[in-house]
Design a protein around this ligand. Structure first.
Ligand code: PLP
Length: 377
């Protein structure tokens, strides 16, 4: 028969992985880091994705884990011991902060938050500081930390630096700026369709990789080869999708900034952003996320605007081809950054639908905001 060939690798599904003989099974754990032991510890499908992610991120190895949040929590649980200290940028993913406050504290790990726009963390580092967690840009308010300086300071103090690189996936190489570990929500642009939840942890050396792999194995962080395959299928279009999302978001940011109802547009790719210089240093380009603070941003005004969009869906997450919006009270998840009280920020993810329709939907939404309902003026 004619040999069969196809474009994409097949999906390997397994709980059971078979061994050739007695010794194969006896010595199975020798294969944990670069072979196959048990489906939950990896299959050729997960290994293929891990290699691709490591190359996109510029690290040596990657580990695929059940979610972006799991990438962060597994990293902290792997490297932190009781009595140690962790520094976290205040703009970090809110559920990571919930984890730090309600779970890490139970293990006697002291977590402290530092300003999202930090130039330096030197004064906060302690002998027992084990990990510093950065998120640049913060996924609502787009602060960018001074990564080069912070990684040098942390290393001097013997701490590891972890970057939540969900925003910068595919458009940055954080390892060139001293990061030790990069955590990414593959649920966003890597999947590109809003239909799965997956994360990755990428490291700069084998020692870190082995520690993480040991932890993932014993905590049971198994992923579905089916979901992994869907991400593999989306990666070839990652760069083209992201540059189109970014091009659209930049155009829309400029249009939004010119509307009188808009107080501030948060997008580091805008030359007017206070983080634009850092953005240019740390990222090759941007993506489709824009956050807006409207002038009349009381709850009732924002509600009137949001209830009425047709192209934009209302929902969490971003990075799919769909236009989405979500909102957040900026002060709700901040511990040290000063945010105005009762301030609702609206975050738009600019999708790949017909561009004129997206623009029209947005403009009509802002028109609803400016309707003269004077009870809240
Ligand atoms: C979405 C997101 C996460 C969490 O990823 P999940 O895969 O949804 O768990 C973490 N950090 C950032 C910055 C995110 O945007």
């Amino acid at each position: 028969m004619q040999p069969y060939r196809q474009l994409n690798a097949p999906i390997y599904r397994a709980s059971t992985v078979l061994f050739d003989d007695f010794d194969g099974m006896l010595k199975r754990m020798d294969q944990l880091y670069d072979g196959y032991v048990y489906g939950g510890f990896g299959t050729p499908t997960t290994r293929e994705l891990e290699e691709k992610i490591a190359s996109i991120e510029g690290g040596t190895q990657s580990l695929v884990v059940p979610s972006g949040l799991a990438a962060l929590t597994h990293t902290l649980l792997t490297f932190c011991n009781s009595g140690e200290h962790v520094l976290v940028a205040d703009c970090a993913y809110p559920w990571l902060k919930v984890f730090c406050k309600t779970r890490l504290s139970k293990f006697g790990i002291d977590v402290e938050y530092f300003p999202s726009s930090a130039d330096s963390i030197a004064s906060r580092l302690r002998p027992e500081t084990r990990v510093v967690v950065l998120e640049s840009p913060g996924s609502y308010t787009m602060e960018i930390q001074e990564i080069d300086t912070i990684t040098a300071e942390a290393h001097e103090a013997g701490a590891l630096v972890v970057m939540d690189n969900s925003w910068g996936f595919g458009i940055s190489n954080m390892f060139r700026h001293g990061i030790d570990i990069s955590c990414v929500a593959l649920s966003k642009y890597a999947s590109g369709s809003g239909d799965l939840v997956l994360g990755s942890i990428t490291v700069k050396n084998d020692v870190l990789y082995k520690s993480l792999k040991d932890f993932a194995a014993c905590i049971g962080a198994a992923v579905s080869s089916e979901d992994v395959y869907l991400v593999l299928r989306s990666l070839p279009s990652l760069q083209v999708r992201m540059s189109e999302h970014a091009r659209r978001a930049e155009r829309i940011s400029a249009i939004l900034a010119s509307r009188p109802e808009v107080d501030e547009v948060f997008n580091p790719a805008l030359p007017t952003s206070p983080y634009h210089a850092r953005f240019k240093r740390y990222f090759r380009s941007s993506n489709g996320l824009i956050t807006v603070r409207f002038k009349n941003n009381s709850l009732s005004n924002v509600r009137r605007m949001i209830d009425g969009f047709s192209v934009f869906g209302i929902g969490l997450s971003w990075g799919s081809t769909h236009s989405l919006l979500s909102f957040s009270r900026s002060s709700a998840s901040r511990d040290v950054d000063k945010m105005p009280e009762g301030d609702y920020l609206v975050r738009f993810h600019i999708g790949l639908e017909d561009f004129e329709k997206i623009l029209d939907d947005l403009n009509r939404g802002i028109d609803r905001l400016s309707l003269d309902h004077d009870e809240h003026r």
